[in-house]
Design a protein around this ligand. Structure first.
Ligand code: NDP
Ligand code: 8X3
Length: 250
């Protein structure tokens, strides 16, 4: 059987990096994407003992750079079987009346438009081959709006709408599409959201948050089901979390 090729965006940290490690264990060939080349180099070096790794350095906000990066893939990495649209973050946690429009731009440009640009570079190759599997990393924030979550929640609701749209439009091609939607996962997410404010350190305190490895294992489970099984939408919380606002803390 042909070795599968996966492209993971946001592979320099958190969920994306753990997914890269999990896929490497299963000898899936990897295209790892992010803006921090130093981290991409370190991860590539660590995983090359288990699989072939190619790195792509681009900002998903930059449409031209995104398409150029994907088009630059060498022939032996060009036929992508699995796309993990993971790059994204929250920027700020402010009520709508004092929200920062730079934060709003960042979240819509990265979480929504960036996901679309990457998909645009890859989907035509999947439809031509009539095969592929796309997993979009949504969030519990895509299912439920929480106080001050406004635009981040909107961006993740959009990810879920895009996921459904992709599944409908790509159905004639036999391409699988689904979303994995985590609750609180302990990554660099809160460092980015709170821009270095020490409040970021308290987000995962007092309860056992999900770890990126937990999500990576779920993503591997999703991509390793038989062809006729498509996990379309998966919501996963830490046990201590009932919804976006109810968290049982010590
Ligand atoms: P991290 O901050 O740890 O990782 C974010 C990743 O996204 C990094 O690899 C970063 O790479 C990449 N990224 C961010 N902005 C850009 C950009 N403009 N261009 C290219 N890559 C970019 O966070 P997580 O691992 O937690 O987040 C991964 C995904 O999971 C996100 O979509 C997030 O919304 C989602 N999620 C996270 C949850 C959590 O609680 N942590 C819960 C639910 C969903 P680099 O900076 O090198 O470009
Ligand atoms: C990340 C989970 O609750 O911080 O998407 O928005 S939350």
């Amino acid at each position: 059987m042909k070795t599968k090729i996966a492209l993971i965006t946001g592979a320099t940290s958190g969920i994306g990096r753990s997914t890269a490690h999990e896929f490497a264990k299963h000898h899936i060939k990897l295209i790892l994407c992010g803006r921090r080349q130093d981290r991409l180099d370190i991860i590539k070096k660590a995983l090359e003992k288990d699989t072939d790794v190619h790195t792509l350095n681009f900002d998903v906000r930059d449409k031209k750079a995104t398409i150029e990066a994907i088009n630059s893939l060498p022939e032996d990495f060009a036929d992508i079987d699995i796309l993990i649209n993971n790059a994204g973050n929250a920027h700020g946690l402010d009520p709508i009346e004092t929200g920062d429009t730079e934060d709003w731009d960042a979240m819509m440009d990265i979480n929504v438009k960036g996901l679309l640009y990457v998909s645009n570079g890859i989907i035509p190759k999947m439809t031509a081959r009539k095969s592929g599997h796309i997993i979009n990393i949504g969030s519990s924030a895509g299912k439920e709006v929480y106080p001050k979550g406004n635009v981040y929640c909107a961006s993740k609701h959009a990810v879920l709408a895009i996921t459904e749209g992709m599944r409908i439009d790509l159905n004639p091609y036999g391409i699988k599409v689904g979303a994995v939607n985590p609750g609180l996962v302990e990554t660099e997410f809160s460092k980015v959201r709170f821009k270095g404010d020490p409040i970021a350190n308290s987000v995962y305190k007092g309860f056992q948050a999900l770890q990126p490895q937990d999500i990576a294992e779920i993503i591997y489970f999703v991509i390793s089901r038989p062809y006729h099984v498509n996990i379309a939408d998966l919501l996963v919380f830490p046990t201590a979390q009932a919804n976006s606002t109810i968290i049982k803390k010590d």
